[in-house]
Ligand binder design. Structure first.
Ligand code: HDD
Length: 722
């Protein structure tokens, strides 16, 4: 059989790595040329009739350069436009052959390359990272049996039950069409109008209003495949499966006021954090977990496994860890890799198959379709980042920007001129065979009655949260709904919330200056004919049998860890800062994998009390405590430059407000007295406050590190929403 020429290899094999090396060096010691290889003699001036004369049309060099520039942009993704990517690998633990024949999930000797793209959903490509939003968590596994894409989110459920409603959901959440306001925010009328008429969204709304929607870092998020998928073993036996990603650093978030301020201070906060962690060798890591449900148990639960607005509580079906993923290489080129990568839930390999979840089924159509308009050609699989590392042969031909030069006469099957090749693979030869599922039914446009419980899982989520987390959900709902101008929408939302949890609804209502309606409005009264009622079935009453699930709370989650690895502590310094004070905590932090950043009155260097130069990383003016995990005020020969600086006071006040650990050496009392800390101490007539570590004792560093390991000192905040 003749081989096809493949001009460049897949993005991650050795040949590609060498190519990338070459690309990196490209240009070094080389002449600049046109796209067609002609050396350019002058790249600074267009061709003109005389030095001061008009430009000439014959200037093929300028025309080529400008034409290319004019076409540099491609349409951004209709959703998930804002994203950041990284390369890495996946290693299996080798404990799932009884469930799946997928080689990459079983063979412990294989390191499967991956490319991951994290994203927000609603904002445009240039929007802030810290929008309140679901985060996309899309992983492309370049397996030896073809590409498998796990295109999930950091929230385990979704807003809607049927793909038919996806365009409506997205139209509602995107900036409103008449004035294109607001950017990357759900806090506006059209979003809540839609939600208030869609009771099925209530579970997801609880998650989206929780701190899951404002992660501290992309490296500190869980990931979920959401839908129930199937795993299939060598004997063609199948089980249902839910996929989970569990982050090594634990699941952490920022607080809302902080998120708002980060958006101004560093809109690239998450992108920068991911990039820098990888550049510094702090490779983000997750374990892949599965919840397995035997086919026989399909109808065992009081929710439907096919309903993507429901999750399987981990207490009912535990998560088994089956491998780990490490991200260890930043992209070389954002456009070529992160922008052009094309994910698709329909990219599966033998051993993984779909369930009949109607949201998943719709997605199986949507993703290839969108690439055709976004990447502009059915040949998007040939873009290096999308190429499979498995051998690829078929009779698909031609189309825009075809890269492959297929040789020979044969591009059809069956054929005899190429001895019947490329040939079909039997199942035993790795051919993909769909799950042998019997389906016999009427064609209907209906929702199953088993999808009609919209409130029980929302209530389960809410009651599984700690009071701090519940407060954050209440505050978020108050924030969002107070931005909604139409009072009827606010009221309708209160009606829905009251069906989840009365106390929750009452607290939100208080913040809106409204009362919870005695009788929640029936969503379908709004212009939708009774016959077209999408639900058809009356929403089911609240099922109170669910026990709270710790895994749903970020603070109670059993995987929570007190590591301070990669945390960044701001050291507020000025000339005369005590070198010993700086070095003692810096050393202790670095020993635990955290780092110190010196914030000073100006860029360049400051002088320590011993006369040594200390380089500042940021200034009081150019930075803010919102982009750090904690703050330290070292001792100093002269504290006056800090005491008289409003930015320093705000730095400390924000850190206090956002429940961050603050360490203060001896001699900082006067500075602290000008901050919230001073006010609180004076009010309480106490010497200490939670998470404020004072003094210069030997135990100081240990105490500071132990407090930092708690991520935030929530006691300080407990009274924000009474
Ligand atoms: Fe989607 C992109 C995740 C439902 C249609 N989706 C996209 C991305 C993620 C998800 C992470 C970005 C991939 C990347 O980084 O390039 N989408 C989900 C999840 C869903 C979901 C977890 C529900 C469980 N999506 C969904 C539905 C539809 C789409 C129901 C359509 C019927 N999604 C798309 C899309 C996108 C997309 C329009 C935009 C860009 C792209 O596909 O490549 O086709």
């Amino acid at each position: 059989m003749k081989k096809n020429h493949t001009p460049s290899a897949s993005p991650i094999d050795n040949a590609k790595l060498q190519d990338l090396e070459k690309n990196r060096e490209y240009g070094e010691g080389q002449f600049i040329t046109t796209d067609h290889g002609v050396r350019i003699n002058n790249d600074h001036n267009s061709l003109k009739a005389g030095e001061r004369g008009p430009s000439l049309l014959e200037d093929f060099i300028m025309r080529e350069k400008i034409t290319h520039f004019d076409h540099e942009r491609i349409p951004e993704r209709i959703v998930h436009a804002r994203g950041s990517g990284a390369h890495g690998y996946f290693e299996a633990y080798g404990n799932v052959s009884q469930y799946t024949k997928a080689v990459f999930l079983n063979d412990t000797s294989v390191k499967t390359p991956v490319f991951v793209r994290f994203s927000t959903v609603a904002g445009f490509k240039g929007s802030t990272d810290l929008a309140r939003d679901v985060r996309g968590f899309a992983v492309k596994f370049y397996t030896q049996e073809g590409n498998f894409d796990l295109v999930g989110n950091n929230i385990p459920v979704f807003f809607i039950q049927d793909a038919m409603k996806f365009p409506d959901l997205i139209h509602a959440v995107k900036p409103e069409p008449h004035n294109e306001i607001p950017q990357a925010a759900s806090a506006h009328d059209t979003f809540w109008d839609f939600i208030s008429l869609m009771p099925e969204s209530m579970h997801m709304v609880m998650w989206a209003m929780s701190d899951r929607a404002i992660p501290r870092s992309l490296r500190m998020m869980e990931g979920f495949g959401i839908h129930t998928f199937r795993l299939v073993n060598e004997n063609n036996e199948s089980v249902f499966v839910k996929f989970h990603w569990k982050p090594k650093l634990g699941t952490h978030a920022v607080v809302w006021d902080e998120a708002l301020k980060i958006s101004g201070n560093d809109p690239d906060f998450h992108r920068r954090d991911l990039w820098e962690a990888i550049e510094n060798g702090n490779f983000p890591e997750w374990e892949l977990g599965v919840q397995i449900v035997p086919e026989a148990d399909e109808h065992k639960y009081n929710f439907d496994l096919l309903d993507p607005t429901k999750l399987i509580p981990e207490e009912l079906v535990p998560v088994t860890k089956i491998g780990r993923m490490v991200l260890n290489r930043n992209p070389d080129n954002f456009f070529a890799e992160t922008e052009q990568v094309a994910f698709h839930p329909g990219h599966v390999v033998p051993g993984i198959d779909f369930s009949n979840d109607p949201l998943l089924q719709g997605r199986l159509f949507s993703y290839t379709d969108t690439q055709l308009s976004r990447l502009g050609s059915p040949n998007f699989h040939e873009i290096p980042i999308n190429r499979t590392i498995a051998p690829m042969h078929n009779n698909q031909r031609d189309g825009h920007m075809r890269q492959e030069i297929n040789v020979g006469r044969v591009s059809y099957s069956p054929n005899s001129l190429n001895n019947g090749y490329p040939a079909q693979a039997k199942e035993s030869e790795g051919g993909f065979v769909s799950v042998y599922e019997r389906v016999e039914a009427h064609k209907v446009r209906e929702r199953s009655e088993s999808f009609a419980d919209h409130f029980s899982h929302a209530a389960l989520f809410f009651k599984s949260q700690t009071p701090v987390e519940q407060n954050h959900i209440i505050s978020a709902l108050r924030f969002e709904l107070s931005k909604v101008e139409t009072i009827a929408i606010r009221q309708r939302m209160l009606g829905l919330l009251s069906q989840v949890d009365n106390a929750l609804a009452n607290k939100v209502a208080e913040g809106l200056g409204l009362a919870v309606p005695a009788q929640p409005e029936k969503p379908m009264n709004h212009g939708i004919g009774a016959d077209a009622d999408p639900q058809k079935h009356e929403p089911k009453p609240l099922d109170k049998s669910y026990q709270p699930s710790d895994a749903l709370s970020m603070l109670k989650n059993p995987t929570v860890t007190d590591t301070i690895e990669t945390r960044q502590v701001a050291f507020l310094c000025a000339d005369g800062v005590s070198e010993a004070s700086v070095n003692a905590l810096k050393k202790a932090l670095e020993a635990k994998g955290a780092s110190a950043k010196i914030i000073g009155p100006h860029a360049g260097n400051i002088k320590t009390d011993t006369g040594k130069e200390l380089k500042t990383d940021f200034t009081f003016f150019s930075s803010s405590s919102v982009v750090f995990d904690a703050v330290y005020i070292p001792g100093a020969a002269n504290m006056a430059p800090l005491e008289s600086n409003d930015n320093v006071i705000e730095f400390i006040n924000d850190a206090y407000r956002h429940c961050k650990v603050i360490g203060a050496d001896d001699g900082t009392d006067k500075l602290l007295s000008k901050t919230t800390i001073g006010n609180k101490l004076a009010d309480k007539k106490e010497k200490t406050l939670p998470g404020i570590v004072m003094g210069s004792s030997k135990a100081f560093a240990d105490e500071f590190i132990s407090e930092l390991g708690k991520h935030r000192i929530w006691e300080r905040e407990s009274k924000i929403v009474e």
